[in-house]
Design a protein around this ligand. Structure first.
Ligand code: ADP
Length: 221
């Protein structure tokens, strides 16, 4: 069976990262073609993804046979095998795949992929380390770097904001951040606006420059 390639994603390398990514895509309703060299891995994921194939992704014929050139988005999740990662990316790019995403183990690996022309480079270990550092350090419950320098943080509402209309709190002026949404004790999220008044125990979603969201995240509840 052949899946409609344009709105599907091909994931090459179904190790811990690739498999988790592929399964998450399936959950959100995306069709996924998974490819791995290891037949045991292929067997394990058989039935979990739209299609799973055992193939050597460094071989152009294999990629052509699987019509990878017809995919809009292909993720190369091969990390530890540097040579396989580089060869696979270079073949995909020369086949004209519009969006190649690739996992890099470190900066050097990332630099090579960048020079090849890979447009989206993912550093799972590095990014997760940064993210966990923010969580370990403060009251933040979740942290996402939106783009370099800007972040979104989930945290408990700090005491300084309790009982005050957000519109009167001078939040942006004093702390450089914006409260985008809040959830009350029963966990229901709502957009926040100028008339929102936070209570102890509320959770909030805060947006702003990293240093500012970080400082704000350290305020006592
Ligand atoms: P992780 O750390 O996420 O487990 P790895 O880099 O260790 O990632 O795993 C990458 C996966 O890519 C492995 O399952 C491996 O079998 C697969 N792989 C390695 N080389 C190739 C290749 N040439 N073609 C297809 N899959 C490959």
């Amino acid at each position: 069976k052949k899946i409609a390639q344009a709105d599907s994603v091909a994931v090459i390398g179904l190790g811990r990262f690739g498999a988790s990514l592929a399964l998450e895509l399936m959950k959100s309703g995306t069709s996924v073609l998974g490819i791995d060299l290891d037949s045991e891995i292929v067997q394990e994921l058989n039935g979990e993804l739209t299609q799973v194939v055992r193939a050597d992704a460094t071989k152009r014929e294999a990629l052509e046979q699987l019509s990878l050139n017809e995919f809009d988005r292909v993720v190369v999740a091969i990390g530890t095998h540097l040579q396989a990662s580089i060869l696979t990316c270079s073949k995909l790019l020369s086949m004209g795949v519009p969006h190649v995403w690739a996992k890099a183990l470190d900066d050097q690996h990332g630099l090579i992929l960048e020079q090849l022309g890979v447009d989206h480079i993912i550093y799972p270990e590095k990014d997760m380390g940064k993210r966990v550092a923010h969580l370990v350090r403060g009251a933040m419950m979740d942290y996402v770097e939106i783009d370099s320098g800007f972040a979104m943080v989930k945290m408990n509402s700090p005491k300084v904001l309790h009982g005050l209309r957000l519109g009167d709190s001078n939040l942006r002026k004093h702390y450089g951040v914006t409260v985008a949404a809040r959830a009350n004790a029963d966990g229901k999220w709502q957009n926040a606006d100028a008339s929102t008044v936070l209570k102890p125990g509320d959770r909030i979603l805060v947006l702003g420059p990293i240093e500012d969201t970080e400082a704000f995240g350290q305020l006592p509840e």
